[in-house]
Design a protein around this ligand. Structure first.
Ligand code: ATP
Length: 237
């Protein structure tokens, strides 16, 4: 099978500081792939580079048949690569529905009513609050809105950056259930998560990043059983 996303020997630097030091990874159609690592490992930098928000200093990024290392961010969204950023970045003063409509900005003339219905069916709380300012939603609800907004552009690959960050344990479970449901519905997902146990339980394949390098990779089940992962990421050290 050819990969939907293929990254080869990617390097990204902030000025003199190299944050990503030659990583290679693949995501196949329909897979959920997790990217784990401690703070500062380079996970967010990697996702921002895949979205076109940062430019790599070297390496290759192929999305379907397109080389996208130099492609502007809005064109990358247009190709079907959606990014749900860390800390959610919803527009707090706009209504829930306006936030969702913005997710489909590249489909300007499309009839969005069936997409909105689908979002409200998947997240009933968003339907109940559709006319309220998004900033009034709880953290978990804002995360649901951020995911629903990313889905509005019909992504071929959905990238989620730490979707459970800062949420209560119950909300965290709910968000992880939502991700599992998206996966079951066939969505291809690249998931950055601090909650390694949940991420590895969902992931078909996972990579562990440390200071800008991939130090370990394998299926979710393999990494869950790996002693180094258990010691470092599952609190058994
Ligand atoms: P976290 O879970 O804390 O978000 P991360 O794995 O996503 O961690 P990155 O945010 O990608 O890590 O950071 C990787 C490295 O790049 C870190 O050393 C960080 O200090 C550095 N870095 C991140 N953003 C910038 C920036 N805007 N300018 C300079 N250095 C940065």
């Amino acid at each position: 099978m050819t990969a939907l996303l293929k990254v080869q020997d990617l390097h990204v630097a902030y000025g003199e500081i190299e944050a990503v030091k030659g990583i290679s990874l693949e995501v196949e159609q329909g897979q959920t792939v997790a990217l784990l690592g401690t703070n500062g490992a380079g996970k967010t930098t990697t996702l921002r580079t895949l979205s076109g928000l940062l430019r790599p200093t070297a390496g290759m990024i192929r999305f379907e048949d397109h080389a996208i290392e130099r492609t502007p961010a809005h064109r990358i969204v247009g190709l079907g690569l959606a990014h749900c950023p860390e800390a959610r970045r919803i527009f707090p003063r706009m209504s829930v529905e306006e936030n969702l409509r913005l997710g489909a900005f590249l489909r300007r003339n499309a009839d969005l009513s069936s997409d909105l219905d689908q979002a409200y069916e998947r997240f009933p709380i968003l339907g109940q609050r559709r006319d309220q300012a998004a900033g009034l939603l709880s953290g978990g609800e804002q995360q649901m809105l951020a995911i629903a907004r990313a889905l509005m552009c019909h992504p071929r690959l959905l990238m989620l950056d730490e979707p459970s960050m800062g949420l209560s344990p119950i909300m965290m479970q709910q968000i992880m259930r939502t991700i599992a449901e998206l996966k079951a519905a066939g969505t291809t997902i690249l998931l950055v998560e601090q909650n390694a146990q949940s991420a590895l339980s969902i992931a078909d394949y996972a990579y562990v990043l440390e200071t800008g390098r991939i130090v370990l990779e394998g299926t979710g089940a393999q990494l869950l059983a790996d002693q180094r992962v258990r010691d470092t990421y599952l609190g058994e050290g």
